[in-house]
Design a protein around this ligand. Sequence first.
Ligand code: NAD
Length: 409
Amino acid sequence: MSSYESACHYFENAATVMDLSPNMKKLLLTPEREVKVQVAMKMDNGEIATFVGYRMQHNSARGPMKGGLRFHPEVDAQEVLALASLMTWKTAVVDIPYGGAKGGITVAPKSLSPNELELMTRKFVDELQDVIGPDKDIPAPDMGTNAQVMAWIVNQFEKYHGFNPACVTGKPLELHGADGREEATGRGVGLLTAAMLEKFGRSLKGTTVAIQGFGNVGSFAAEYVHAQGAKVVAISDISGGKYSAEGIDISAALNYVCDHRSLDGFPSEKQISNEELLTLDVDVLIPAALGGVLTHENAGEVRARYVVEAANGPITPDADRILQSKEIVVLPDILANAGGVTVSYFEWVQNRQYFKWDIERTRTELAKTLTASFEKMWDLATEKRIPLRTAAYLMGIGRVGRATVLAGI
Ligand code: NAD
């Protein structure tokens, strides 16, 4: 099942509970605009290279569209569209005044020199500058892009439109970025894991955790749960996994990755594979790397009691059913990793008010937003006896649907 089919499957599940009409379903699923562009440029060696870039603008019923830009070799139209629709429901679940979009270029960014990466980014903005902007569609970092890429985007956009820091989020602090944006997704994952455990009379203290992916999201999530007393027994990145029954020294791992850009060579009790990490006997499993890592083939072997979807779409619908049948609680991506877009919203607010918040304000507001959304999702799931994912979709689809109808079609 493709990521787009998975996204539609989860939508359908919720739409059935809501008894949405076929016409309404079609309206909410159909993207408003699909942009596919050619990004042609001269490489450092003088050769011409041509890349394909996308911006899928799924829905703007609740406000300007919002979503990341991914530079990755597996980016394709269907995946970007699936992720764009996920953004529509995600921004609605946390009730921030945005719609959903996503974009990307099919490219392995590590194969480009810094000059080539900058040129490609600027050429991409040249193609998109008339369809994005602070009141239309606001990109942000995702896999393969970072604050530096956002800095090139804002600079290129401003060549057409003048001073416009709110045209993109996840910018460096020196260019009107927000304190706390970098940690926001991982911190949110940690906060929400704690909120979920509390519902079962538990806390992070002493809870064992395995985290797949030690990039932006995985590393900040690890840092947060470790600081709250959890025992992070396994971490991994593309080079493989590290296991320690006594708990990994997270600060040492963070320092190691800072120096070596990978966990490869980081000392641990045992070297494990990314596949083994997913089926470890732990309390909480946090997939924070790629989509589609838990499938019908390995979901039956998951031993964690709770799975927190820090990555986008790490569980296929088949795997989701298996986890449900094993009574494993899944905290769904559309809320679990919404901390990033929430603080992106705070960055946009600050940019538009020309007023900077300190990090404590950002952390307080983030916790308030995520906790309120979690409580609402929990209550809905309990009241209707539905999985947390379906409850979150119900909240998201309900808000987008009502906004659409109230505005008039
Ligand atoms: P990142 O590029 O910073 O880190 C990705 C991590 O995954 C790295 O440690 C990398 O080595 C690892 N990885 C890559 N391929 C792997 C593989 N085959 N097996 C195991 N590990 C692998 O990316 P990120 O920003 O941390 O994003 C991770 C996930 O979280 C993505 O699904 C992304 O869409 C989602 N997400 C990110 C944000 C954000 O604010 N960064 C917000 C919402 C959702």
